[in-house]
Design a protein around this ligand. Structure first.
Ligand SMILES: Cc1cc2nc3c(=O)[nH]c(=O)nc-3n(C[C@H](O)[C@H](O)[C@H](O)COP(=O)(O)OP(=O)(O)OC[C@H]3O[C@@H](n4cnc5c(N)ncnc54)[C@H](O)[C@@H]3O)c2cc1C
Length: 434
């Protein structure tokens, strides 16, 4: 009998922390295989700063092989889980289909962009779920101002200087805040252009609808003061190549529709045939799939019971995914007999941070509401602590941006066709279509 093999699908918040914790607990008693389409763990909360030209993209792409010792990284996109055969099938980056058997499986495949059946959105909106999308968006914003400056038609100039973000959750709010600061900084190079206009649209009656109302008030105040137009209680009726029609009937001419309405669990979850709840894999409080003690799921992909809200499941946040990943590893170790009994998922909400760029943020660490530079310091301190690597480089980029230096050239490395809205990442598109 060889060592038991634990296969982890997904190297995001949940999968990364599961692999790291398990490798520390197990040492050489287990073979840990991590299957992920990329060789990096993407620190998603800082992605809006990549789009805003504050951070170099490499700061948020943390090398899996370097940070995870005693873990075998397998580059691949899992397209089938054979539950009875205890085997995972994946397609590697060169399009070859392979498989790997498991004794324990940790499913942590995360989520993908959520689509709504609104005419034109799939064709004309840009999602914000991965590094290619952030890079594309940064280039796109820069290019729009450059093209506007080269255009003679005043209507075209205005449309190219207009940016519409749909979804005022933490992602949309941060993208709008960072994007507006980037275009404002760039506009200084084009003094004849109209001032860039930013609109943030949401059906809810406040920004950051899922979070503490005090955070919403801070974000609302900061964004309005900067001149962003907040269209609350409003949705998108139609998107076209020339603009977007809102539910109010207003047509906004724009070439930039940025779709941040949320995420849905990765489709891999449903393809397993196991029970799902709102697309997330049903698990018990120990993160185990009922009837399958060998399968554990965590993070966005799993419907983990929320003990603080009976009948509900935990929200899709990095905080939950990270803690669930750690617990998944401990429970796997317990199931293999190395530690005591399994533990259930219990958490205490530590609060939330929303970076609004400049010297502003909205945060409620330990539920104490903060705004302004103090919230900003807490937010950045939190990220520096949470980043498993690249801390010095990230801090250096922040120092440069504090004195007004941003990444403001459009490299054009990610073409629009490589970041369609209706799929997770280009890596997945490539492997799924090859
Ligand atoms: C732009 C953005 C900003 C955010 N900001 C915050 C924030 O400030 N605070 C917060 O708490 N939360 C934030 N979130 C949410 C948070 O990032 C997620 O809840 C968290 O990443 C979920 O962790 P996860 O491990 O379940 O999924 P992920 O971190 O998404 O990781 C999933 C991993 O699985 C891989 N994968 C997917 N499918 C397959 C497959 N078929 N085979 C193999 N691997 C696969 C993916 O490539 C990825 O590496 C943000 C999300 C986004 C998109």
């Amino acid at each position: 009998m060889g060592r038991p093999r634990v296969v982890i699908v997904g190297g995001g918040f949940a999968g990364f922390h599961a692999a790291r914790t398990l490798s520390r607990l197990a040492r050489d008693r287990v073979e840990i295989v991590l299957v992920n389409p990329t060789d990096y763990f993407l620190y998603l909360p800082l992605l809006p700063e990549v789009a805003g030209g504050v951070l170099d993209p490499r700061q948020v792409a943390l090398p899996l092989a370097k940070t995870l010792r005693r873990v075998r990284l397998v580059l691949g996109d899992v397209d089938e889980v054979d539950i009875d055969g205890h085997t995972v099938h994946y397609v590697n980056p060169e399009g070859t289909r392979r498989r790997v058997a498991y004794d324990r499986l940790i499913l942590a495949a995360g989520s993908v962009n959520k689509l709504l059946p609104i005419p034109g959105v799939a064709e004309h909106a840009h999602g914000f779920r991965g590094l290619p999308e952030a890079l594309y968006l940064r280039d796109h914003m820069i290019r729009q101002l450059e093209l506007a400056d080269a255009a003679d038609d005043p209507d075209e100039r205005l449309a190219r200087c207009t940016f519409v973000v749909v979804g005022a959750g933490y992602t949309g709010t941060e993208v709008a805040a960072q994007g507006q600061l980037l275009t404002k900084a760039l506009a200084k190079q084009f003094p004849d252009l109209p001032e860039p206009r930013w609109l943030l649209v949401d059906t809810a009656d406040r920004v950051l609808p899922g979070l503490d109302e005090r955070l919403s008030r801070t974000a609302d105040r900061v964004l309005r003061r900067r001149g962003l137009r907040l269209l609350l209680g409003t949705s998108v009726a139609e998107a076209t190549a020339d603009g977007v029609r809102l539910s109010t009937g207003e047509f906004v001419a724009t070439r930039s529709l940025i779709w941040c309405v949320g995420v849905r669990p990765d489709p891999l979850v449903e393809s397993t045939g196991l029970e799902v709840r709102q697309g997330r894999l049903v698990v018990d409080e120990f993160l185990t799939v009922p009837g399958h003690p060998e399968i554990i799921a965590c993070g966005d992909a799993a419907a983990v019971p929320d003990v603080t809200r009976p009948g509900e499941v935990t929200a899709m946040t990095a905080q939950h995914a990270q803690r669930q990943g750690v617990l998944a590893a401990r429970n796997v170790a317990a199931s293999l007999g190395w530690t005591g009994g399994r533990a259930g998922y219990r958490h205490r909400d530590l609060g939330f941070t929303v970076d609004l760029g400049g010297w502003e943020a909205a945060a409620n660490p330990l539920h104490i509401p903060l705004g302004g530079p103090l919230a900003r310091a807490v937010t950045r301190g939190y990220h520096l602590l949470a980043l498993p690597a690249n801390r010095v480089r990230t801090a250096a980029d922040w120092a440069f941006s504090a004195v007004g230096l941003r990444h403001t050239v459009s490299l054009g490395l990610v073409p629009g066709g490589a970041v369609p809205l209706d799929t997770a990442t280009p890596e997945l598109v490539r492997t799924r279509t090859s």
